[in-house]
Ligand binder design. Structure first.
Ligand code: 9YT
Length: 130
């Protein structure tokens, strides 16, 4: 069994930051679960365009307020506590944090720990990042 406390690992190398977000990787590829699990905080007022071409991601909003736009359809969905979105078609999207957003995220395949976004909004495929 793996038991970890966010508060104990948030200041270790399991915490990764990039432009206006921080992500604590609670589970990584090396943990052998087949997915990674992250707690991600997006800064209030920030806007992000991501395109996980090599991963599936699901995201659950723990706290905060914002929106997500599917860039293929132009449809915007409100994000609030309790809302989940799943990028089951590797959907390119824009995420807006009207307030600080705290999100629980799962990636399949799992991220290895060091990924930040490439120019195209993706994370490198697992074999390239290893
Ligand atoms: C919600 C969200 O931004 N998901 C993207 C993943 C996050 N940047 C991470 O954990 O690396």
């Amino acid at each position: 069994m793996i038991v970890r406390d966010l508060n104990e690992i948030k200041d270790t190398d399991r915490a990764v930051s990039d432009a206006q977000w921080t992500s604590v990787r609670m589970l990584l590829a090396e943990d052998g679960m087949g997915f990674s699990f992250h707690i991600t905080v997006l800064d209030a007022g920030s806007e992000h365009t991501f395109h996980y071409k090599h991963h599936f991601e699901s995201v659950f909003c723990i706290s905060g307020k914002g929106s997500i736009t599917d860039l293929a359809t132009g449809k915007t969905h409100q994000i609030r506590p309790g809302v989940m979105y799943a990028l089951n078609e590797h959907d390119k999207h824009t995420l807006r944090a009207d307030e600080e957003l705290v999100m629980a995220c799962c990636f399949n395949p799992p991220v290895t720990g060091t990924e930040v976004h490439q120019e195209d909004g993706s994370y490198a495929p697992a074999d390239a990042a290893a």
